[in-house]
Design a protein around this ligand. Structure first.
Ligand SMILES: Cc1ncc(COP(=O)(O)O)c(C=O)c1O
Length: 430
């Protein structure tokens, strides 16, 4: 293309899109590894595992759609309303209100093209420029937080993150730590008065941390007191897909925005996100869908519709996904312990309370993990460097350069080979 399309002729947003962006480069690396580099040991990305029982259920369901009178043709041949498929929305509202007593009707729901899109819409609806030259920000009470948020604001510098407390529930010798919210830091951030919403992923990507019910209630109270929404990103958690290894109550209230997704149920290719929100927020999300894409994909909604109508969708996590991933988490933890101890690396790992990540803390690492990422990539191991997940923190902190996110949903062989190389490189760089 000729140089007349030099990015300097783009709008500020356009220029931002042609510059370097963590998530864009990483998704590109990860996507390439998945499609054209079979030798790459894939420990990066957030791809769910191919869970055989889930795949079987989905195949059966797709056959049902093909065989049923007209369902398949309707699924592919029609635009849904931008809010989502009316039958799906009615079934979901009924399921949530009957199961949890939430006062949720279809007007509180909106479908998006994945949870990622939902968060982009929500952040830009609730933060940015307001009337009277006011600029509002999103408060992330527990950094590290999901890398996918980092570049989502149309304006820069709109995230305020809080450093966590590092706790050792079973003592430091156990090498398993857990981040907890430092509510003094959260109070101080809120006191600045320019927060448009509080947001957290639960379980948290990258760490596998699950905010405790007390932490969630405390955040919810703080948000309610200030008249701002609490956004809970539930890509992995409860009510579904429910890839959780510790008990956790689902939480919604009339000032809470809960985002769900069908991706980690095994359907990332359908790009289906669900927003459960105060009606005005759900309406704004629908409008954005109409403006940006007219309508959503409806394949995911149609595939899971009978499971939402019957309530079975709530059982898929505990019955199908959790046993599968819990075994993987245990295997990964055993391998990490064995390999890192043998290699003499000073390591620790965050408790995996949900999702399917290991958040490794290489305590003596002398190089940034971005550099370690490059060295590992040259040895055909793909991970995600920890620095990306601390985007909301202003101050430097050695800890932010010492962590790696490992996706443990691949095969045991890939995990073992990859972790061995990580341990070797970590030892070399310590
Ligand atoms: C915490 C979190 N939120 C949101 C998403 C977005 O997922 P999707 O857009 O596939 O629903 C992800 C994806 O990995 C995630 O980890």
């Amino acid at each position: 293309m000729s140089s007349e399309f030099d990015p300097s002729s783009f709008s500020l947003i356009g220029q931002k899109l042609t510059g370097h962006s963590g998530i864009v480069e990483l998704m590109d690396d990860l996507g390439r590894a998945m499609t054209i580099d079979p030798e790459m040991r894939m420990l990066g990305g957030g791809n769910p595992a191919p869970v055989p029982q889930m795949q079987q259920l989905l195949r059966t369901r797709m056959r049902e759609l093909l065989d049923a009178n007209g369902d398949f043709d309707r699924m592919l041949g029609n635009y849904d309303p931008p809010q989502g498929n009316p039958r799906f929305l009615a079934a979901l509202a009924r399921l949530l209100s009957e199961t949890y007593g939430w006062r949720v009707g279809p007007e509180n729901l909106a479908i998006t093209a994945g949870g990622q899109t939902a968060l982009f819409f929500l952040f830009n609806i609730l933060a940015g420029k307001f009337a009277g030259n006011v600029r509002k920000k999103i408060l992330l009470p527990l950094m590290p937080e999901y890398i996918g948020y980092a570049d989502q604001m149309l304006e820069d510098e709109l995230f305020v993150g809080c450093r966590p407390e590092i706790t050792w529930p079973h003592g430091e010798a156990s090498r398993t730590f857990k981040y907890r919210i430092d509510f003094t830091a959260v109070d101080a951030a809120l006191a600045q008065g320019n927060i448009g919403a509080i947001a957290a992923s639960r379980p948290t990507n990258p760490t596998g941390n699950v905010l405790t019910d007390d932490e969630v209630r405390h955040l919810s109270r703080l948000a309610a007191e200030r008249g701002i929404p609490l956004i809970l990103d539930n890509a992995y958690g409860t009510p579904f897909p429910n890839v959780l290894y510790v008990p956790a109550e689902p939480h919604w209230d009339e000032h809470v925005v809960l985002t769900l997704s069908l991706s980690k149920l095994g359907l990332p290719g359908t790009r289906t996100g669900i927003v459960i929100a105060p009606a005005a927020i759900a309406k704004a999300v629908q409008s954005l869908t109409a403006i940006i894409g007219l309508a959503n994909t409806n394949v995911g909604q149609q595939l899971v519709l009978p499971w939402v109508e019957s309530g079975e969708i709530l059982r898929l996590g505990p019955d199908v996904l959790r046993p599968y991933y819990a075994a993987k988490v245990q295997t990964a933890e055993n391998i990490v312990r064995e390999i890192f101890t043998a290699a003499g690396v000073n390591w620790a790992v965050h408790a995996t309370e949900g999702a399917f990540f290991n958040w490794l803390w290489l305590r003596d690492l002398q190089i940034p993990t971005r550099e370690l990422y490059e060295r590992l990539k040259r040895r055909k191991v793909l991970v995600v460097p920890g620095e990306y997940f601390f985007f909301g923190l202003k101050d430097d902190w050695p800890h932010r350069h010492q962590c790696l996110r490992i996706n443990i949903s691949g095969t045991e062989q890939t995990l073992r080979e990859g972790l061995k190389i990580i341990a070797e490189e970590a030892q070399r760089a310590s």
